[in-house]
Design a protein around this ligand. Structure first.
Ligand SMILES: [Ca+2]
Length: 334
């Protein structure tokens, strides 16, 4: 009951924001779908998201996991709690899906975060079904009012598209998305092509292929090549603060990887989902094609295409500084 009430309040809030009278920067109503766990750029991306929510540029509507690893949802909640937003709805993949944790052999950051910080959902499998969370939120939202940012696997998005009428809506998942979701921004693929398959796509290529083919609104893609050369995290790992799960993740992880920083794939997707791509990138329109067996992707260029991928414009170093600034953002009291 409390969950439904909070959801109603947040949806009312969305409606109010959409008719903002003061010509302020329009807020983006964002649902984040993350595979947090194997890589820690999701942690950086969540920090960027909360920084931009604190600056009034985003409303965080839900944070959903496409990773079935039992630490995933607890880690999401650790970060939401840290930024004083403990009530953001969470959800997770049910049925078949991908379950992955960090490659680190020594101190594993998802374990450290869940040992040290507070969270409400004991384990990922206790979280509500991602599809039900999506359908509830979409059914209550104003038309064309939502942006989804996917920085993991496309399992939940495919399950949503394939869902049928339920207690929340008579519409199919595909109809609900067409009506309520303005844009899907996704860190996925490599452009103009990937022969071996980019990580997020390859982990669940069947879902990625389905979403590329059936998603009814625009998809903006931040490919592997965009975040690859943007190294961040060193200043974040050295922040003069204590009890920060963001600092702690980067400190532990960079010590086991590259001490100069980690690639910023997911942060770029969150950045353009909230602030738009124009200040930082150009976008090339066309159609994403995914091989559902290998996860390889190709691209058909077409000015009328429903998909677009980011093309570099601003120097990587400049975007790295901007992302790092947002990653170093400190929580504000609510
Ligand atoms: Ca990710």
């Amino acid at each position: 009951m409390k969950g439904i009430l909070l959801l109603l309040i947040s949806v009312l809030f969305i409606s109010c924001q959409a008719t903002n009278q003061n010509n302020e920067v329009a807020r983006v109503n964002l649902i984040l779908d993350t595979d947090i766990g194997p890589d820690y750029d999701d942690v950086g991306a969540m920090a960027v998201m909360h920084a931009l929510a604190d600056s009034g540029e985003a409303n965080i509507i839900a944070t959903i996991s496409s990773n079935m690893d039992e630490h995933a949802v607890p880690c999401i909640e650790v970060i939401n709690n840290y930024f004083n937003r403990p009530d953001i709805p969470v959800g997770a993949t049910k049925g078949s899906g991908v379950s992955l944790t960090t490659w680190h052999k020594e101190q594993k950051w998802p374990v450290v975060l869940t040992e040290k910080y507070k969270y409400a959902t004991d384990k990922t499998s206790d979280a509500p079904d991602a599809v039900a969370v999506y359908r509830k939120i979409l059914s209550l939202a104003a038309d064309n009012s939502l942006t989804i940012c996917s920085i993991g696997f496309m399992t939940n998005l495919r399950n949503l598209l394939e869902s049928g009428a339920d207690q929340y809506s008579n519409l199919s998942g595909q109809e609900l998305v067409a009506k309520k979701v303005n844009l899907l921004v996704s860190m996925a693929g490599e452009f103009p092509q990937s022969k071996k398959g980019e990580f997020n796509i390859k982990q669940d290529a069947v879902s990625a292929s389905y979403v590329a083919e059936h998603w009814p609104t625009e998809i903006l893609l931040s490919g592997f090549e965009i975040g690859k050369d943007i190294l961040t995290g060193k200043p974040t790992s050295e922040m003069p603060v204590s009890n920060s799960p963001i600092k702690e993740t980067y400190k532990l992880s960079l010590a086991q990887d590259n001490p100069y920083g980690r690639n910023s794939w997911d942060q770029t997707a969150v950045l353009v989902a909230i602030k738009g791509y124009e200040p930082y990138y150009t976008a090339l329109r066309g159609t994403l094609i995914v091989d559902q067996t290998t996860g390889a992707n190709s691209w058909i260029q077409n000015d009328q295409g429903r998909h677009a991928y980011l093309v570099k414009k601003m120097p990587d170093e400049q975007i790295a500084l901007l992302i790092e600034k947002y990653m170093m953002h400190q929580p504000v009291k609510k």
